[in-house]
Design a protein around this ligand. Structure first.
Ligand code: FE
Ligand code: FE
Ligand code: ZN
Length: 300
């Protein structure tokens, strides 16, 4: 089972990210190379990278199982302000360079929101932008995340994802599934086999390079995108566990992006990471109804 969560990339960069992942019992992890909401980026420190790579080797963690997530502010679909669109392109290029420096092989990208454009125009803008960005010779592949279809999000169904993949000349492009987004977009995760069959026919299973494992706070087809802890949402533990353990996807890293837990039910601030306990219950194959209490007690 290749499983982990998103982790921090701050003071000691890749080394700190790895150590956080190990503290959760993970053998995969995902990071943002800076804050997801802004474009401030610290310089990559090659010493930390070296130490991290050595430690990954002793811990048996593969670089293929380390994923980067591009910041949300990148929007390749909206070309209303040409400078903003150009900025998104150059910023994503810079993020890819940072990944290459770190040795990271996959970067997850939200395809974008079309805003005032039609969905079709938005998708054409994404294709045009990716044709400026994606090259065959890069060691870092962009993987397009399937979206919930909140607002004007593009990439909310497999047809849209396929149109983007087909429109980009380089084939150095993959897909990242997100179970919460798929549920919210209207794909029933209780019948994941049917979804996979559709995916295989339309796109090909070899394009799936990462899966975000999240439960959802909302019902099938709600187009909301609010993640829930594993087993505490509308998808449920068993359906998610079956996806994680699916034979056809066994080599694909599974990444949790579930919400942090608050100090108490009355408290709103989400401060405690649930991943150690969510990973444990997935490994065990059994829902833990005391997830929140266990997390609160552990990080006291
Ligand atoms: Fe995402
Ligand atoms: Fe996601
Ligand atoms: Zn989401």
């Amino acid at each position: 089972m290749i499983i982990g969560s998103h982790v921090h990339f701050d003071k000691t960069q890749l080394l700190g990210a790895l150590e956080e992942a190990l503290s959760y019992g993970a053998n995969a992890f995902m990071l943002y190379t800076g804050a997801p909401q802004n474009t401030f980026r610290s310089k990559i420190n090659s010493e930390y990278t070296k130490l991290a790579l050595a430690k990954m080797q002793t811990e048996g963690i593969k670089m293929e199982h380390v994923i980067c997530h591009a910041p949300y502010i990148i929007n390749l679909a909206n070309k209303e302000k040409e400078e903003a669109w150009n900025f998104s392109i150059s910023f994503l290029k810079q993020e890819i360079k940072r990944c290459e420096e770190l040795g990271i092989k996959y970067i997850v990208l939200h395809p974008g929101s079309s805003v005032k454009h039609t969905c079709e125009e938005g998708i054409n803008n994404i294709i045009e932008a990716l044709n400026h960005i994606v090259t065959d010779d890069s060691n870092c592949m962009i993987i397009l995340e399937t979206m919930a279809g909140k607002g004007s999000e593009c990439g909310k169904n497999l047809e849209e994802i396929k149109t983007i993949l087909d429109g980009v000349k380089s084939k150095n492009l993959g897909v990242c599934l997100d179970t919460c987004h798929l549920n919210d977009a209207g794909y029933d995760m209780q019948d994941f086999d049917a979804f996979l069959t559709e995916f295989a026919e339309l796109i090909g299973l070899d394009k799936i390079k990462c899966i975000h494992i999240n439960d959802s706070k909302n019902i099938l087809g709600s187009h909301k995108d609010r993640h829930a802890n594993i087993g505490l949402g509308t998808i449920g533990f068993m359906a998610l566990w079956k996806i994680v353990t699916n034979e056809k996807l066994k080599d694909v890293p599974k990444i949790l992006e579930t919400p942090y837990i608050s100090e108490s039910d009355e408290d709103k601030a989400l401060v405690k990471p649930p991943y150690k306990f969510e990973i444990a219950m997935i490994k065990k194959g059994e829902f833990n109804p005391h997830l929140k209490e266990d997390v609160r007690n552990y990080y006291k």
